[in-house]
Design a protein around this ligand. Structure first.
Ligand SMILES: [Zn+2]
Length: 388
């Protein structure tokens, strides 16, 4: 079956193609042309002049639709993945916040099963914690936090094969050994919930930590100790060429000015947009967890009113970057799709609209509202509304 999406403003790695077509067969992009003419025998989908962009890659996402990945059940995984898929996340790395090693193992088994059944969408597990600096814990559950322990993470990684990324505070005792070990297994190591200063970051980078999770959040910037000034983690990451970052671009976790600064200094090749979404993202129901409260469009912990994570979805990140920060749509999409795909090691199949890649496609209208989502060529949102 050949599908042809016509009349689109198509974003390719070489730039925009106006009034072109995307041809899809067997879930893959077969061809992208600058011709609008419908091919006889193809199933035609009319994009009506809207933007055709690659599906988004969600590399830091805890939950949605009332569920959290730490529930470690297939029902929870499916509900979250389906909810965010409808918002354009065609590739998802489920993120576990700090939990027990046993629960990471349990979630790993569910994730591996999901990769067999939903392998086009679920790309591998992302673990955040529990090896975190207590002083920077933020909304991570304190009872799980500890120093890196090779007696538990080595056997875990021998039995769970789906972990693709693991974030810790590198300044903890054993943090650098952890970085060297996980990267030797092909797992991406990232810094998070940290108060590392320049020397710590330099050593962390050398030990394999090449990415900073939710940049600016749960890490200090430039500060004073008594009358003397010190660089924070933020400046240290800026100074480390080759260290990529991700920003929670919901427009609340960071103001538009700071999002613009990250865009200017790190650039779209080294910056990913992430939701860091919690269970109440992509959700219509009532909040039933007494630990959380919704205020100013984000989820906060009742206990200390720290930001607990966003209610955002991938489409909203792109809207924020274009509408509130004022950057070009192509760069916002790159940071939501191409860059996270490259950093996460799935760029051979995902992240751009190119011949041979999976037909993961999002259609946005002129107000950057999501109108349609294709996952491997199948419409999963915006059903048939634009069909001929
Ligand atoms: Zn997180």
């Amino acid at each position: 079956m050949l599908t042809q999406i016509i009349n689109g403003h198509i974003l390719t790695p070489q730039g925009w193609i106006k009034d072109g077509s995307v041809f899809v067969r067997n879930g893959k992009i077969m061809e992208i042309t600058n011709c609008n003419l419908a091919v006889i025998g193809a199933k035609i989908f009319d994009a009506k002049g809207m933007y055709i962009v690659p599906g988004f890659v969600s590399m830091h996402i805890h939950g949605g639709d009332g569920h959290d990945f730490t529930e470690a059940t297939e029902d929870a995984f499916k509900a979250i993945v389906d909810a965010h898929l409808k918002h354009g996340s065609t590739s998802i790395f489920p993120t576990l916040s700090s939990t027990t090693i046993d629960n990471i193992r349990k979630a790993g088994a569910v994730c591996e099963e999901m990769m067999r059944t939903h392998g086009n969408i679920v790309q591998g597990l992302h673990v955040e914690g529990p090896y975190l600096n207590r002083k920077m814990a933020g909304a991570q559950w304190g009872e799980f936090l500890k120093d890196p322990d090779p007696a538990e993470y080595i056997p875990l990684l021998e039995s769970v094969s789906c972990i693709k990324r693991w974030d810790i505070s590198p300044e903890l005792p054993g943090g650098l050994d952890f970085g060297r070990f996980v990267t030797s297994k092909g797992i991406k190591a990232a810094i998070t919930h940290t108060e590392a200063e320049y020397e710590d970051i330099r050593k962390a980078f050398a030990a394999g930590f090449t990415h900073a999770a939710h940049f600016y959040n749960a890490m200090p910037g430039f500060h004073k100790r008594r009358e003397y000034k010190y660089e924070g983690t933020v400046e240290s990451v800026y100074l480390t060429d080759g260290m990529s970052v991700e920003v929670v671009a919901d427009g609340v976790h960071l103001p538009p000015t700071i999002l613009k600064l990250v865009y200017k200094l790190k650039g779209p090749d080294q910056t990913c947009l992430v939701t860091d979404a919690l269970k109440y993202s992509a959700f219509d129901g009532q909040i039933d967890d007494p630990r959380y409260v919704i205020e100013d469009g984000v989820c906060k912990l009742v206990e200390n009113m720290t930001l607990a994570g966003s209610l955002s979805s991938a489409d909203r990140l792109v809207q924020t970057m274009v509408g509130k920060v004022g950057i070009p749509l192509e760069d916002a999409v790159r940071m939501a799709a191409e860059t996270p795909a490259r950093i996460s090691g799935i760029a051979d199949r995902k992240g751009t609209l190119e011949k041979g890649k999976d037909a993961d496609i999002v259609i946005l209208d002129s107000s950057i509202r999501l109108r349609c989502v294709f996952s491997c060529g199948e419409i999963v949102e915006g059903t048939n509304t634009m069909n001929h």
